[in-house]
Write a protein that binds this ligand. Structure first.
Ligand code: 6PG
Length: 466
């Protein structure tokens, strides 16, 4: 058998789709899946289901799989993030040769990626933390690919990964070298965090709208929005979800209201907390999912609350404005987090390039992301863009109208409120933090600085003495 161009471990949904994408693009690929734990037939079934592909070699034995790949070997691991990745790495290390490249395509934590990169370097091996977005369809037809690791290693894997990636509006691949070690996985993590908030905003709009409109009417309204500046992949799929019927009734109405999560949203929030960057929208979206999981408590407690009947009329025009407002804040907070990580980890991240590879293939692709490409060419902060700032100023009024309606109807608007509060605080010269600092000084002698005085000077007051 001739040697293949690429190896892939893990034939789950994403692994299968990426393998077919690679094969479709004319590369010879070796695929491997373990045979234990009820997975005995996965590899054979995959080959049988895809008989038309003559350039896929299948293996259930790791050493034969590794030997079948051209050197330096490029092996993509597509398995569940966590301990399983370390286990596979340990199994293949003895089979590999110097300079071979292991790519982790799952949603691994970026700090684990840094550790694995350093560990594998001691073995003479290259490690690439690779964020892949787009779900099953994206993986098959063209995902957005965020790669960490060195530029030299990127050059080795780029010909294949750039070919299988989605293409932007200029037909350039939505695949790029993000930065060293954990940078690719960090960026994928924040992508998912922004995704959490974008999903939560749509869920909150739905919660408001379904008080007075049918699912079909909401879908019609969203379709209008989706033809303009607010268009996005997530809005598009929400329209399809709202319209989906089975046996004459909306499927969505039968879906249990408990949203699960696999970690990247909370990791993004943890990174924001560690780096000191306010990312209230991702955090509130993660907590909104957590709150949803307390279904029994909610059901019980709701019995003591009288349901609100929508009395006021909902001003639908305010909603679109508020939606734009909150999305701008979400992108502002997400990119501030990315910028801070870039400085802190010395990743030298190119924000404009990151937005470019997020314009197609990934879950948060949108018209707004296209706009962000040019904004981040000259800024690291969306608020520095005059058009965006003016847009936020003019949309504030409609956001208030929307929030007031939500309050009056008892609709929880976790993310919209977070967006509004962040905006108000960020545009307020004097915050009540003077009182917080005084309280700290009172009970802990933590000292404080005085307005208009040199910041190097600190003061302590004996607050008890009148
Ligand atoms: C993507 C998705 C993908 C996955 C996430 C979602 O970019 O293709 O983000 O990575 O669906 O795991 O996260 P939760 O499962 O936590 O919602």
């Amino acid at each position: 058998m001739h040697k293949t161009d690429f190896g892939l471990i893990g034939l789950g949904v994403m692994g299968k789709s990426i393998s077919l994408n690679i094969a479709d693009n004319g590369f010879d690929i070796s695929v491997y899946n373990r045979t234990e734990a009820g997975e005995a037939h996965i590899t054979k079934n995959f080959i049988n289901e895809n008989k038309s592909f003559k350039n896929i070699q299948d293996f259930t034995e790791l050493s034969a799989f590794v030997s079948s790949i051209k050197r330096p070997r490029k092996i993509l691991i597509m398995i569940k993030a966590g301990a399983a990745i370390d286990s596979v790495i340990e199994q293949i290390i003895p089979l590999l040769d110097n300079d071979d490249i292991i790519i982790d395509g799952g949603n691994s934590h970026y700090k684990d990626t840094v550790k694995r990169t350093n560990y594998l370097a001691t073995k003479g091996l290259n490690f690439v933390g690779c964020g892949i977005s787009g779900g099953e369809e994206g993986a098959r037809k063209g995902p957005s690919i965020m790669l960490g690791g060195t530029t030299e290693v990127y050059k080795h894997i780029a010909p294949i990964l750039e070919k299988i990636a989605a293409k932007d509006s200029n037909n350039k691949p939505c695949c790029t070298h993000i930065g060293t070690d954990g940078a690719g996985h960090f960026i994928k993590m924040v992508h998912n965090g922004i995704e959490y908030a974008e999903m939560q905003l749509l869920a909150e709009l739905y919660a408001l709208l379904c008080k007075s409109l049918t699912n079909e009417e909401i879908a019609t309204l969203f379709s209008k929005w989706n033809s303009g500046s607010e268009s996005s992949y997530l809005l598009e799929i929400t329209i399809a979800i709202l319209r989906k019927k089975e046996n004459g009734s909306y499927v969505l109405d039968h879906v249990l209201d408990q949203a699960k999560s696999k970690g990247t949203g909370s990791w993004s929030s943890q990174a924001a907390l560690e780096l000191g960057i306010p990312n209230t929208m991702i955090l509130s979206s993660v907590f909104a999912r957590y709150i949803s999981s307390f279904k029994d408590d909610r059901t019980q407690l709701s019995k003591s609350i009288k349901p609100k009947i929508a009395s006021e009329k909902l001003d639908v025009t305010s909603l679109k404005s508020a939606y734009r407002f909150a999305r701008l804040i979400n992108h502002q907070q997400g990119f501030k987090l990315i910028h801070e990580a870039s400085v802190n980890y010395n990743w030298k991240l190119n924000l404009s390039e990151i937005t470019r590879i997020w314009t197609n293939g990934c879950i948060i692709r949108s018209q707004l992301m296209e706009t962000c490409i040019s904004i981040f060419k000259s800024n690291t902060d969306i608020f520095e863009d005059k058009t965006i700032l003016n847009s936020l100023i003019s949309e504030e009024k409609n956001t208030i109208t929307m929030l007031q309606y939500g309050l009056s109807q008892r609709v929880a608007l976790d993310s919209f409120s977070s967006a509004y509060n962040y905006w108000v605080s960020m545009t307020t010269e004097n915050l009540p933090a003077n009182l917080i600092q005084a309280q700290r000084d009172y009970f802990g002698a933590h000292t404080y600085q005085r307005k208009g005085m040199d910041k190097s000077q600190s003061f302590h007051t004996n607050w008890k003495k009148l």
